[in-house]
Design a protein around this ligand. Structure first.
Ligand SMILES: *Cc1c(COP(=O)(O)O)cnc(C)c1O
Length: 395
């Protein structure tokens, strides 16, 4: 696994000036000595030195041949789908990021690309979904928001046996915790908006291909379609990566403490966190990932919209917001936020119950976060027991 020293010293000192911080080349074009004679750069959509530093850094951290930086995570996902053509099929994890679901179905089905969503934590289901037209398997592990774990090595073998590519969305784990290319995947993508950037101050995407040929095709799409990451935002992502190791360690340690606390509270029905031994795939999670990560979900005994809304509206430190991976802890209610557009029955069947709540654990002290949750959970619990008492009195 990647050490903090390795990570920090993978970020180069500027060879031209010795600047210890990567320079921002805020330029659109590069002056040529003669037509076609340049210093490796001609136009910033095609290549920019600041972006190139980020791209090479991510290729190193993920152990791939080619890294590419995009204007958003979805733009990186979009470039991968462009490897396919009409008639090809994708087998994707059913608990997939909503934006990827929309891209696969509402955009690419128009062009004749079919997608099947399956529970990829069940290898037999992955095997059964593959047809001669399957060209791409798409995983997220852990998934959002129910933190399901899929076996990357085993699915890489299935992909190989069927001549298709395996792409893993590694946004939740980051290369500090999990390196899918070393487990047999072909492509890794990230929403760098989350942990890589780490400060909730940008939108960015990263793609790393294991193989140079696949990397060259993806690089072609990056330039041909144009959704590149700007120089300043590339620099911000590099600066975020400088502390990635430290942050992931702290997020993970705190998340484990908060998850353990949540399992003890009487108002809580279920806690979803891969770092807990009660997680159905806890052992697999810890063979392919260093920790359980910084995201926790849980559901309430009072499995209602109202109880969840009361909780998410009354925490002080946990801020009510979508997204994850920043320094401040965030709380969200998928049924009312990220998963609102999914029909109720379909959402519940996917394990996203009415009261499911997702936490992104920030960099605050564990005790403070636990106290914040405790004050609201205790009041929900007190209300429930007094309601039960009132009901039994009436009876
Ligand atoms: C946020 C997210 C994306 C999309 O990334 P953007 O930067 O918002 O375009 C993709 N996958 C996962 C797992 C995410 O959390």
């Amino acid at each position: 696994m990647l050490s903090a020293t390795q990570l920090i010293h993978s970020i180069p000192v500027d060879p031209l000036t010795g600047a210890i911080s990567v320079p921002i080349y805020q330029t659109s074009t590069f002056v040529q000595e003669a037509p076609g004679v340049n210093k490796g750069y001609d136009y910033s959509r095609s290549n920019n030195p600041t972006r190139a530093t980020l791209e090479e850094l991510m290729a190193k951290l993920e152990f791939g041949a080619t890294g590419l930086a995009f204007a958003s995570g979805l733009a990186a996902i979009d470039a991968v789908v462009k490897l396919l053509k009409s008639g090809d099929e994708i087998v994707a994890v059913d608990d997939i990021y909503g934006g990827a679901y929309r891209l696969f179905t509402a955009v690419y089905e128009q062009y004749g690309i079919k997608v099947q969503f399956v529970d990829t934590s069940d290898l037999e289901k992955v095997d059964a979904a593959i047809t001669p037209n399957t060209k791409l398997i798409w995983l997220e592990t852990p998934t959002n928001p129910t933190l399901k774990i899929s076996d990357i090595s085993a699915i890489a073998k299935i992909a190989k046996a069927n001549n298709c590519l395996l792409c893993v969305d590694n946004t939740f784990a980051t290369p500090v915790l999990q390196q899918p290319l070393l487990l047999g995947a072909d492509i890794v993508i990230h929403s760098a908006t989350k942990y890589l950037g780490g400060h909730s101050d940008l939108i960015a995407g990263i793609l790393v291909a294991k193989d140079e040929q696949v990397g060259a095709r993806l690089k072609f799409f990056q330039n041909a379609c144009g959704a590149v990451l700007a120089p300043f935002d590339s620099w911000l992502v590099i600066r975020g990566i400088e502390t990635l190791h430290l942050r992931m360690k702290h997020h993970s340690r705190t998340a484990l403490k908060v998850a353990q606390y949540l399992t003890t509270h009487p108002a809580i029905a279920q806690v979803y966190y891969p770092g807990l031994s009660s997680h159905p795939n806890h052992e697999l999670a810890l063979t392919q990932s260093k920790t359980g990560g910084g995201i926790i979900s849980f559901s309430l005994v009072n499995d209602t919209n109202e109880a969840a809304v009361e909780l998410v509206s009354n925490t002080q430190l946990f801020k009510l917001a979508e997204s994850l991976g920043g320094i401040k802890s965030l709380i969200s209610h998928p049924a009312n936020m990220t998963h609102k557009s999914i029909p109720v029955e379909k959402r519940r069947a996917a394990g996203v119950s009415d009261s499911l709540i997702r936490l992104s654990i920030g960099l605050e002290e564990a005790e403070d976060l636990i106290a914040d949750l405790a004050s609201v959970l205790d009041s929900i619990e007190a209300k429930e027991s007094s309601d039960a008492y009132a009901t039994s009195n009436e009876y």
